[in-house]
Design a protein around this ligand. Structure first.
Ligand code: ZN
Length: 370
């Protein structure tokens, strides 16, 4: 165990008692990290759409709780047995790190047999536990966080800014996984339903994977305007065009028959039927945004059968996608303006305001800087 000069005795967390209740700063004790843990001083935490869903009560999250899972921080102290990151780089106090948004209880059928560690039974996420659950500091909206055993840690290169680095462990890694599952290849035409943070990263990653054309759909004009800088060639407002005309326009751009890939990252299940129509025969449709239960929609499944379509869902990501996400942002930070995506900064006592601005889409990614 590394010996910190002085381990802080306590740290503040922004706690909410129940959905839609105000955030309150509360102090909880800190202890030495146990075996396999790392105590981190949080540098930045960004608000993900799923934090908003939890806070608004759209999906169950234990309360009183602490939210936030897109986090980076500096190592304060390492627990026994933690010596290096997932690439083998040695870890020491002071190192700036990112880590997987989830941790697993240990090797199990999903890790050992199915290669789906992200769906292990008992998997839990940062910012998804009751604040009473020891060691209390396990969410992003606070001063400290314990990285718990069976998480995947990566040291951050010095060149990356905090703004570039913070969304890597959820937004970017998720889109690495979505585009991998979509099997985007050289020359593909890709349609992205939703140009929020996920859609913009998705467009950039699709281009980096070799897509010849990326079409983006979003009702927010500012997002359509910004999307050109992230690799979107044509952006449409689906509310301004009839469904029939939009299908025709997409098919015309994706000659001869339609898109190779359509990606849903807007969170609205009602867009899926038209998404299926954008595809060519043999195309792939991947859902990454419909994270809430009861996302019901009616689909003419005969269209899926006749067009030989593949439909896939993505939830969480494989740990290898975290490495790929970091490398993608690092290698492409001059090609795409990732640093501009974090466009609002708030103190720890302003989490409520940040949450409101993010929920009402006044900012793309709100950052809490404790
Ligand atoms: Zn997230």
């Amino acid at each position: 165990m590394s010996a910190p000069v002085s381990l802080p005795r306590s740290g503040k967390l922004a706690v909410y008692a129940a959905p839609n209740q105000p955030f309150e700063l509360q102090t909880f004790p800190l202890r030495e990290p146990r075996a396999g843990e790392v105590l981190v001083r949080i540098r930045m935490s960004t608000i993900c759409r799923s934090d908003i869903h939890s806070y608004l009560g759209h999906r169950p999250n234990p309360c009183p709780g602490v939210l936030g899972h897109e986090i980076i921080g500096d190592i304060v102290a390492l627990g026994a047995g933690v010596k290096s990151d997932m690439r083998g780089a040695p870890l020491a106090a002071g190192d700036r790190i990112t880590w997987s948004e989830y941790f697993i209880p240990g090797p199990n059928y999903y890790t050992e047999v199915l290669d789906l560690p992200q769906k292990s039974h008992g998997v839990d996420k940062y910012g998804h536990m009751a604040v009473s659950t020891e060691p209390h500091h396990h969410g992003g909206f606070g001063e400290y966080c314990y990285v718990l055993p069976q998480s995947w840690i990566l040291k951050l290169p010095a060149e990356l800014t905090d703004e570039e680095a913070t969304p890597i462990n959820c937004g970017v890694a998720t889109m690495i996984c979505v585009t991998e599952r979509a099997e985007i290849g050289m020359g593909d035409a890709v349609v992205i339903q939703g140009l929020g943070l996920l859609g913009l990263y998705g467009a950039a990653i699709a281009k980096a994977r070799g897509a010849r054309l990326v079409i983006g759909l979003d009702t927010v004009a500012a997002r359509r305007d910004l999307s050109a800088r992230f690799g979107v060639d044509h952006a449409f407002d689906p509310a301004a065009t009839s469904e029939k005309d939009l299908i025709k326009a997409v098919q015309k751009l994706c000659a001869p028959e339609g898109a190779d890939v359509v990606i849903e990252v807007c969170g609205y299940p009602q867009v899926i039927p038209s998404g299926i129509e954008y595809l060519r025969t043999g195309g792939r449709y991947v859902m990454g945004g419909v994270v809430n239960p009861d996302a019901n929609v009616t689909i003419d499944v005969n269209r899926i059968l006749r067009k030989l379509l593949t439909l896939r869902g993505v939830h969480n990501y494989h740990p290898r996608n975290l490495i790929e996400a970091l490398d993608f942002v690092h290698a492409n930070r001059k090609r795409f303006p990732f640093h501009e995506l974090v466009d609002g900064k708030y103190r720890l006592d302003q989490v409520g305001k940040a949450m409101q601005d993010a929920a009402e889409r006044r900012v793309l990614r709100a950052a809490i800087v404790p």
